[in-house]
Design a protein around this ligand. Structure first.
Ligand SMILES: NC(=O)c1ccc[n+]([C@@H]2O[C@H](COP(=O)([O-])OP(=O)(O)OC[C@H]3O[C@@H](n4cnc5c(N)ncnc54)[C@H](O)[C@@H]3O)[C@@H](O)[C@H]2O)c1
Length: 312
């Protein structure tokens, strides 16, 4: 018997998602590397899209009065012209960027409009992704319809937010997508939170540069932005580069290995620190499963302190 991979809608059938659809315009495409492009969607609804603060936890439900709002970490069902089934793509921008009140909007200037950003991996077998990878001149300016969904979110459901002092992000490859949205939002809303970031990704091109690693310049910028003496020295990125690259580039300090137990121990830190930490894990299946199991097996880390997104 031939088995087919589940579509995004089948795979996420039990996840919370909005009832209604929003109309957006595909305004801009940015090439990151030969696997990834990012897409800026301009929101057409007059109300814009705002952060849902009415029912952030627990559990992250999307109810009638939350329509049009999203939490950092969520994804969109994306309906592209001429294709019946929606694609599922993670939102990589902060909800703050989607709020019309946050922007000084000028109709003629795309950069000033409230927006949602998505990162889409090249996948010829996935029709919505293949459509989004068509030549820019064929698709920029087209209208799409989208719906927000997902439960891998900030703030973490079931956790008293006032107890959180540290957030540890652990990303593998394109699993960075929901984490960059959460990091961007946290930096805007709670800049004094301590952040540890472990990011492992494959590089295969010769002489690859920082800009070709998905969101690396953005992460470095978000972690280095000074916002008060208390935060000095509290945020750190450990970058793990694997694959067949030639070691040349402008990466500075990197580890040429996968995230291992020693790296996790550094991130978990002391008994005292782990009690006030939240761990977000997103990456390939085996990596996610083994890291989540390792974290949940530690003393003083409760199951609800470890969140992961499973796209399988
Ligand atoms: N929202 C999202 O976009 C999203 C959400 C959840 C999961 N994901 C998943 O993230 C995965 C990322 O795919 P990719 O092709 O970019 O990743 P990849 O295969 O390039 O791997 C990324 C990094 O993880 C490391 N790695 C792989 N397996 C590991 C393991 N068992 N232990 C430790 N390190 C390991 C690799 O060495 C590499 O550095 C996909 O499987 C995707 O389904 C994505």
């Amino acid at each position: 018997m031939v088995s087919y991979p589940l579509s995004h809608e089948e795979r996420t059938a039990f996840e919370p998602r909005e009832k209604g659809l929003h109309s957006v315009t595909l305004a801009k495409i940015t090439y990151v590397n030969d696997r990834i492009k990012t897409y800026r969607l301009i929101i057409k609804d007059k109300s814009g899209v705002q952060v849902c603060s009415s029912k952030p936890s627990p559990p992250p439900t999307i109810c009638a009065d939350c329509v049009g709002k999203f939490l950092p970490g969520q994804w969109l069902d994306v309906h592209v012209p001429g294709i019946k089934k929606a694609g599922g793509f993670t939102i990589t921008s902060s909800p703050r960027n989607a709020s019309p009140v946050a922007a000084n909007i000028r109709a003629e200037d795309v950069e000033s409009q409230p927006f949602i950003e998505l990162a889409v991996q090249k996948s010829p077998d996935n029709p919505p992704a293949a459509w989004l990878w068509r030549p820019e001149e064929d698709i920029v300016g087209k209208d799409l319809t989208v719906r927000v969904g997902g439960s891998f979110v900030w703030p973490p459901p079931g956790v008293d937010a006032s107890t959180i002092k540290r957030v540890v992000f652990i990303a593998g490859g394109v699993g960075i997508n929901p984490l960059i949205s959460i990091l961007s939002y946290i930096r805007q809303e709670q800049p004094l939170l301590d952040v540890r970031f472990l990011y492992s990704t494959k590089i295969s091109s010769k002489g690859a540069q920082q800009g070709e690693v998905l969101f690396l310049p953005r992460i470095l910028n978000l972690l280095s932005t000074p916002s008060g003496a208390e935060r000095q020295g509290k945020s750190r990125l450990e970058l793990f580069l694997t694959g067949t690259w030639d070691g040349i580039g402008d990466f500075g300090s990197v580890l040429t290995q996968r995230i291992d137990e020693a790296a996790l121990s550094r991130a978990i830190d002391s008994q005292e620190k782990r009690q006030s930490s939240i761990f977000y894990v997103c990456g390939p299946r085996d990596m996610t499963d083994s890291i989540v199991e390792h974290l949940r097996g530690q003393d003083n880390i409760a199951p609800e302190q470890v969140l992961c997104e499973k796209w399988w």
